[in-house]
Design a protein around this ligand. Structure first.
Ligand SMILES: *Cc1c(COP(=O)(O)O)cnc(C)c1O
Ligand SMILES: [Zn+2]
Length: 413
């Protein structure tokens, strides 16, 4: 990682070495990676990126790790799908879906975990751990298995079966905690203190983990022919992803990959049952009031979001908004995306699409904008959400008569 200068406190600016550090010892602010953008600018080009692998590692120069020997299951470089049918339903013009359901373990978390575990190995850690709302545990268990690392992952005990089973299958230690994510996270902060030789991807190596989300911005710009969208809609749990998407677009300009300074409006999406950032936005507050989550969007159910204030700032600075949607609207969002575009998202994707619909109806997301919605997790992991609404059109005997009786073929065409 020739381009990393070190770490810096986001609040007071104090410098730190690029080690397993995540908070400032002076002011407890989060630490951020500092790069030498001038050096990157002279090393990187659109052509060098295009010649790279079809994964997040094509942007290795903008990541805080060495890419040789990366813990790599192929995260990233997911399709950017033009969504004309959905756009028409929502009264929008140019709409794209960043389909991050197609990552190795079915969520965008593979981007951050691939970076975090690569750094963990660089720093000599042998054990990968995390506090998770589901997808992170899934991804850490898979990447640890691939890297031959031990894993210990912690989840709230009430997660969907699709997330528990697809995590357990990788053979690490999966600990279901009686409590919500914020309880799990508190436990992991304590455990991280007790086990300094474990790499908790979202605690002691969080600074590096977070950088993986920038690739969501890099890929969209590259896939649009090195242009940025006018408006993006991003789901918010801890707020890390949204904050880093904002940083990603700016970095592309800093290293000379964009022709003009980007002005991307960034809007956030939350479930009403866990919307501390949306509430602060609506009230015009800077401080985030923690809430007790109660929503089917379990992957976004963080009541006390670590990066909430930074997400809020990124949204406000960009001229975006933050919306929230009910469980019913989330289910309708999943079904709308599926029937209009053929993409099956988990509940977090339902949050994004339903929020996009609301912001479009309110005129916040406009029909003259080029819009990208980030759909970050696969519907196969949360089939419970749509199961009551989805089943066979008919069950019939294997005869022409039975088919004719069951289906009005004049409607089929
Ligand atoms: C974790 C997660 C998010 C949001 O992540 P933050 O960076 O914590 O805001 C979004 N979508 C899905 C599917 C996730 O699992
Ligand atoms: Zn500080």
């Amino acid at each position: 990682m020739p381009f990393v200068e070190g770490l810096r406190c986001r609040e007071c600016g104090r410098p730190y070495p690029a080690e397993a550090l995540h908070v400032c010892e002076w002011c407890f602010g989060p630490l951020e990676v500092v790069y030498d953008y001038e050096a990157i600018r002279s090393s990187i080009s659109r052509e060098s990126i295009a010649a790279g692998p079809p994964s997040i590692w094509r942007y290795a120069d903008l990541l805080p790790v060495r890419s040789e020997g990366a813990v790599n299951l192929g995260a990233g470089f997911t399709p950017l799908v033009r969504a004309d049918r959905l756009a028409a339903e929502l009264g929008l013009g140019e709409l794209w879906i960043k389909n991050d359901t197609l990552n190795p373990t079915g969520s965008f978390k593979d981007r951050v975990v691939s970076v975090a575990l690569t750094k963990a190995q660089e720093l000599g850690f042998k054990v990968a751990a995390c506090a998770s709302t589901g997808n992170l545990a899934n991804s850490v268990a898979a990447h640890a298995a691939h890297a031959g690392m031990e894993s210990v992952v912690f989840i709230p005990a009430d997660l969907e079966a699709g997330k528990v089973i697809t995590t357990a299958v990788f053979g690490g230690r999966l600990i279901a905690v009686d409590g919500n994510y914020d309880d799990v996270n508190r436990l992991c902060a304590e455990l991280a203190g007790q086990h300094p030789s474990w790499a908790f991807v979202n605690v002691n190596v969080r600074t590096y983990y977070a950088e993986g989300s920038k690739t969501l911005a890099f890929e969209v710009a590259e896939q649009l022919g090195w242009q940025v969208p006018d408006h993006v809609v991003v789901p918010v749990a801890s707020g890390s992803q949204l904050t880093k998407v904002a940083k990603g677009f700016k970095e592309l300009y800093s290293v000379g990959l964009l022709d003009a300074e980007p002005h991307v409006r960034i809007s956030g999406a939350q479930a009403e049952g866990c919307s501390p950032v949306a509430q602060a936005f609506a009230a015009g507050r800077d401080a985030i009031k923690p809430v007790k989550p109660n929503t089917i969007a379990k992957s976004l159910a963080i009541g006390n979001p670590a990066d909430g204030p930074y997400a809020l700032e990124a949204v406000r600075d960009s001229g975006g908004s933050i919306g929230s949607v009910t469980d019913e609207e989330i289910i309708e969002g999943i079904r709308l995306l599926a029937r209009s575009e053929g993409i099956f998202a988990e509940t977090a994707g339902g949050v994004t699409i339903a929020t996009l619909a609301k912001l479009a109806a309110a005129g916040v997301v406009r029909s003259d904008e080029r819009v990208v919605a980030y759909v970050t997790g696969n519907g196969l992991k949360t089939i419970e959400a749509v199961a009551p609404h989805c089943g066979p059109t008919a069950r019939i005997a294997p005869t022409l008569e039975a088919f004719a009786a069951a289906v009005d073929i004049s409607e089929v065409g």
